[in-house]
Write a protein that binds this ligand. Structure first.
Ligand code: SAH
Length: 463
């Protein structure tokens, strides 16, 4: 099974995007076989990378209990030769960083749409090549599918479900990879062994920015989740229309950088101080920290018994792991442990687990969301989660010239999509307050400059 990705960029650049050196042959052991990455074309103008997947059908069966399905079929089947969910798993393991949109050396290139040409040999399209078009074309792809007879000598046997598929689009690499990650198993529509609860999370994560608005989203969700009624209902129920684009937000390193710019002001301490005093004055007993990061606020809240239920949510596993260590979750006495919970989730999707709280905190998160995602976030928080109080903090852009180490015109953090002036933030906040039935007031965080204002601004929304 072979997937190639070609583009009009030098091989060195494609290598930086994929995090795989074009001069080498790379091999990876996977639980179901091996994956190899190499570059059939290493040009200074055009280059091509290949992912070769070598599924081991015997290895797959070994160690599994024998079920009613056992028999020759489990050894002799199409899995080793075709693009299936195994290819998706391999892509996420071998090209995981590229798929999340990060590139240490070439972030700008990673953020930029490029004309890609992908070739998938032996892609099963159950539902015909028409379905291929219905899935890829709404995302801007041109597609070509070459079909085959089951046997050229016996045309009466009909055609095979396998196609050689070429996909072309002007997209970011992460988009190309996540589209294929989701849509290849959808086209295959065969049983894959990994569908479970966390598959809904994976689908929603990989579908971020495009699945909600896809005209075939019902088919995609149904087939991806193998028509599991409970799972598909959960996934479809959480898709909010109108959201858009973006990468995984695993940006801990950037958060460190932001801290070092803001460190001399001890801004995070001041933020936590302002947040906790607003929560106390509202007498909030249940609090959800949306985009909790490494859990600094959570650990302060945990020390105050007036907060009876504390939940931290973040899209980044890594951040949650750090938070869990910081909070010593595995060592807390039961009474303490029952007050706090960490949830893996995205603010782009409706999530019942975060509704019904007295207060929600969204500290230094909105500036990480680009415009269309911000719109989804607004509905998720104010319309669906709908806490009594929402505290939103965000940098005040007017203060930036006063940071000695921040070059002019730069944001405090590489991943920031915007940094707002006070009037921009207030306009956004008032529009949303009005739209969702909240009242909003504004508090400064940190020592205010007479002209530039405070380094951080907070909107206090109350119902
Ligand atoms: N609230 C923390 C962390 C701010 S950094 C603090 O004040 O220190 C921004 C955090 O938002 C990161 O941990 C990032 O993983 C998280 N984040 C970004 N996009 C998100 C999304 N769509 N859903 C949930 N969390 C998200």
């Amino acid at each position: 099974m072979l997937l190639t990705i070609a583009a009009d960029i030098p091989a060195s650049e494609l290598g930086y995007l994929l995090h795989k050196n074009p001069a080498r042959f790379h091999s990876f052991d996977l639980s179901f076989g091996k994956a190899h990455v190499f570059y059939p074309k290493v040009g200074s103008i055009r280059s091509e990378a290949a992912l070769l997947l070598d599924v081991d059908p015997v290895g797959l069966v070994r160690g599994r209990s024998h079920t009613a399905e056992a028999g020759l079929h489990q050894y002799v089947n199409d899995r080793p030769y075709i693009a299936s969910s195994f290819l998706s798993v391999a892509m996420s393991q071998v090209f995981g960083t590229a798929m999340s949109g990060r590139s240490k050396e070439r972030q700008e290139l990673a953020d930029q749409p490029i004309q890609f040409d992908a070739l998938i040999t032996a892609l099963p399209c159950r539902g015909g090549s028409e379905l291929l078009k219905r899935l890829f074309e709404p995302l801007g792809y041109e597609s070509e599918a070459k079909g085959y007879h089951l046997d050229e000598h016996f045309p009466e046997w009909g055609t095979s479900p396998y196609y050689t598929v070429r996909l072309r689009n002007h997209v970011r690499l992460r988009d190309l990879l996540t589209h294929m990650y989701v849509l290849i198993p959808v086209l295959d529509a065969e049983k894959h062994y990994w569908v479970g609860e966390d598959e809904v999370e994976k689908l929603l994560r990989k579908g971020e920015g495009w699945l909600a608005d896809h005209p075939e989203r019902q088919t995609i969700v149904n087939r991806y989740l193998r028509y599991d009624r409970k799972l598909t209902r959960s996934a479809l129920g959480r898709l909010v229309e109108g959201e858009s684009n973006d990468p995984e937000a695993e940006d801990i390193d950037h958060t460190q950088e932001e801290r070092s710019i803001e460190a001399p002001l001890k801004l995070w301490e001041q933020r936590i101080g302002s947040i906790t005093s607003a929560l106390r004055s509202r007498e909030a007993q249940t609090v959800v920290d949306l985009g909790c990061g490494e859990g600094k606020l959570l650990s302060v809240l945990l020390h105050d018994r007036s907060f009876e239920r504390i939940v931290g949510v973040d899209v980044s596993w890594r951040a949650l792991e750090i938070a869990s260590k910081r909070l010593h979750l595995d060592q807390l006495p039961i009474a303490q442990r029952s007050r706090i919970e960490l949830l893996h989730g995205s603010l782009m999707y409706k999530d019942k687990r975060v509704s019904g709280f007295d207060a929600a905190v969204v500290a230094e998160v909105i500036e990480h969301l680009d415009r269309p995602r911000l719109a989804a976030f607004e509905r998720v928080v104010f319309e669906h989660a709908r806490p009594g109080m929402v505290l939103v903090t965000t940098p005040n852009a007017e203060y930036n010239p006063l940071f000695p180490f921040l070059p002019s015109g730069r944001f405090r953090h590489k991943d920031h999509r915007f940094e707002w002036t006070r009037s921009e933030f207030q306009r956004w906040a008032m529009e949303n307050a009005e739209r969702f039935g909240y009242k909003v007031r504004f508090l400064p965080i940190g020592t205010s400059d007479p002209i530039a204002g405070p380094p951080t601004q907070m909107g206090v929304f109350e119902r």
